[in-house]
Design a binder for this molecule. Structure first.
Ligand code: SF4
Length: 698
């Protein structure tokens, strides 16, 4: 609908990895309405966040002027929500003064303590161009690989397993491919809440006859559509999945030709699952052996079976093992390389795929060239004209430990909020506060920003133009719809300014120039020109040349491994790092709500979304609430070995007994004060989906 006085800007939704295309209706330089556009991921659909969430950008709480910490003002880190008087710690500064202080603070540490005393967190909410330039700044301006972002907290374990097994960390098939699937195996994911438009494709597929298997410790909304619901015990993923692998082998469901021609290490896998019969694993995972066998047959025998998973799989100390099992399941049965098959880790943030592709991770350069690999490094040494550190950098949680230990002294954080998103927040906030120089580039006074020495006011999503890569590997264009408030600047311009002040001769006048440079170094996107994106709306990589249409389905006849084959990797049972006991008898599971995205910095400043879900709540089974003597809506206290919070209880029949689910978007009851920083050894992802907690009436 065209309304007089309004203009329309075609762009994207910034609230999850589905990558819905939008039309922003703009009046008086504000977004007044959002419609779904006919993009490949959404075909006009939007969820409540996409439709009603964009007013966050016009919030009066936006940072509009550079701020510098007043001399000698202490960094208080023992707060719950950001204190009302946070601004007392800062004074306004000119851009020149703020940038000069920030750059000189970081440069001083680099000169005195060496490049590895600095670190940077970029953002999966920013564009590909921002992610690329940020990691380039850390690698060439700071001089180390200490650069990471929130992929470490969501799918790092998935990427580790996929790179190891298949040679590529991205999805094999787009979400919408569920329409071609006969069987959809959804595990550890709640798309109705976290990827709502993706959930609609799954529902449509079920309506057309696809069989849906939902495996999750919590009975989620999509379970109502499922033919089989496997409400397995939290932390027993490997037991369940290895029992399925055992069944495939024992019952002769192996695609022999596929395994022979396209995989390696089958004998290792076969030996590895020999002790995992469904009968033996039934008591471990809580799923009847007959059901495990039935579901396995369903998956293995169908014409096309597709696996989708979320952070219920990845956020464990055995997250990489969980994904190794899923990969093996698809490989043994040949359920990959065709429409309606394959492996799809549902990406959380809107550009976590693109930021990872762009090298915003400490062990990989752009396009997943390992930092220690001479051939890969030489591509970027030539392109950037500098010698690169060949040692992998530290990951998100490791950087916090290094800050506490004093070996990291300075950080530059662009658009991330580790003071809300990291596990064991008390420790993370203390680590951030201990830094000699913390520069935070943000749009709001987040829990992280108020610990900074210098705050640089930046651009919100609808104020910038750039490319974003959705969970399907599809590169799409976001276009600036509204101006920035006050003195706020484009993130890209701030990073370029910082680079120049650190001695780099950078000149980029527009994001398309950054994209052009990225294409020179990254073969996967070489054929995706800016003009093509404007013309076609989106192109799915790998796309090596401009006449290549892009490839929504990959691994059709080979894997991008040195020998073209997938590697099968056996796994064993690894228990959660912290099991319930008499003192802490419940299991804590953290995650998101439909209305609130991640740490809530954006959605809690969106009027409609915050009106729908204004309070922090914890979901428990009604029987547990009755046992505690607490009514739904009553206050409860949660305590772990790391911290305590109070919040409202919400009865949820889908919750397993002796478990509690807490969203991590609410600063006043920050779930991550409770969580365990124990890491998966391969993906270095924290165990957000399992730790021991005590629940009491408040
Ligand atoms: Fe936005 Fe994701 Fe909702 Fe689509 S599904 S409208 S991308 S939050």
């Amino acid at each position: 609908v065209i309304v007089a006085g309004e203009r329309q800007v075609r762009s994207l939704c910034p609230f999850c990895g589905v990558g819905c295309q939008t039309v922003f209706h703009v009046r008086d330089e504000r977004i007044v309405r959002v419609d779904g556009a006919d993009g490949p991921a959404n075909q006009g659909r939007l969820c409540v966040k996409g439709r009603f969430g964009m007013d966050y950008a016009a919030s009066p709480q936006r940072l509009t002027v550079p701020l510098v910490r007043r001399e000698g003002f202490p960094k208080r880190h023992d707060f719950g929500r950001v204190p009302d008087d946070w601004r007392d710690a800062f004074r306004e500064a000119s851009w020149e003064e703020a940038m000069s202080l920030a750059a000189s603070g970081l440069a001083r540490i680099r000169e005195r303590d060496g490049p590895r005393a600095l670190a940077g967190f970029g953002s999966a909410k920013g564009s590909n161009e921002e992610a690329y330039l940020f990691q380039k700044l850390v690698r060439t301006g700071f001089g180390s690989n200490n650069v990471d972002h929130c992929t470490r907290l969501c799918h790092a374990s998935s990427v580790a397993a996929l790179l190891e097994g298949l040679g590529s960390g991205a999805v094999s098939n787009p979400v919408s491919d569920v329409r071609h699937a006969e069987v959809i195996f959804l595990i550890g994911a709640n798309p109705t809440v976290n990827h709502p438009v993706a959930a609609t494709w799954i529902k449509n597929a079920v309506d057309r006859g696809a069989k849906l298997v939902v495996a999750d410790p919590r009975r989620t909304e999509l379970a109502r559509r499922a033919t089989h619901v496997l409400q397995f015990r939290a932390d027993s993923d490997v037991a369940l999945l290895n029992a399925m692998l055992y069944t495939v082998i024992e019952e002769g469901l192996v695609d022999e030709a596929f395994v022979r021609d396209r995989t390696t290490h089958f004998d290792d896998l076969k030996a590895g699952v020999a002790a995992f019969s469904p009968e033996a694993m039934a008591t471990v995972c809580g799923i009847d052996a007959c059901v495990i066998r039935e579901v396995t047959r369903l998956y293995a025998r169908s014409r096309a079976s597709m696996i989708l998973w979320g952070m219920g799989v990845s956020q464990h100390v055995h997250g990489t093992d969980n994904v190794r099992c899923l990969i093996a399941l698809a490989m043994l049965t040949g359920q990959i390389g065709r429409p309606g098959t394959g492996l799809h880790p549902l990406r959380g943030q809107n550009n976590v795929q693109g930021a990872s592709d762009a090298g915003l991770i400490p062990m990989m350069l752009p396009d997943y060239h390992r930092v220690g690999d001479a051939a890969g490094a030489s591509i970027f040494e030539t392109l950037w004209g500098v010698a690169l550190d060949r040692e992998p950098g530290l990951t998100v949680v490791e950087i916090m430990h290094a800050a506490m230990a004093g070996s990291i002294r300075g950080m530059y954080i662009m658009g991330e909020n580790p003071a809300m998103s990291d596990p064991d927040l008390s420790h993370a906030r203390e680590a951030l506060a201990s830094l000699e120089c913390l520069v935070v580039q943000e749009i709001f006074p987040t829990e992280t920003a108020v610990l900074a020495d210098v705050i640089l006011p930046a651009s919100a999503f609808p104020e910038k133009t750039g490319t974003f890569t959705n969970t399907d590997r599809r590169v799409q264009l976001a276009r600036q719809a509204v101006p920035m408030p006050g003195q706020a600047r484009q993130d890209l311009d701030i990073v370029v300014d910082m680079a120049r002040r650190l001695g780099l001769d950078w000149r980029y006048a527009h994001p398309r120039e950054v994209w052009a440079e990225m294409r020179l170094g990254m073969e996967s996107i070489r054929g995706i020109s800016w003009e093509r994106l404007e013309r076609e709306g989106g192109v799915t990589y790998p796309c090596p040349s401009e006449d290549d249409p892009g490839h929504p389905v990959v691994f059709i006849d080979r894997f991008p491994t040195p020998d073209g084959r997938a590697r099968l990797v056996p796994t064993q049972l690894v228990p959660a790092d912290e099991r319930p006991d008499d003192d802490y008898p419940f299991v804590l599971i953290t995650g998101r709500l439909l209305e609130h995205w991640h740490t809530g910095a954006m959605t809690r400043r969106a009027a409609v979304l915050d009106a729908i879900e204004p309070e922090a709540t914890a979901a428990l089974h009604p029987d547990e609430l009755a046992r505690l003597g607490v009514a739904s809506g009553g206050r409860i206290a949660l305590r772990t070995r790391r911290g305590a919070i109070e919040l409202y209880a919400r009865a949820d029949e889908g919750m397993p007994r002796a478990s509690v689910f807490v969203p991590f978007a609410f600063a006043e009851a920050a779930a991550n004060l409770l969580t365990n920083p124990a890491l998966d050894p391969d993906g270095k992802i924290p165990e957000f989906k399992f730790c021991a907690v005590r629940v009491e009436p408040a």
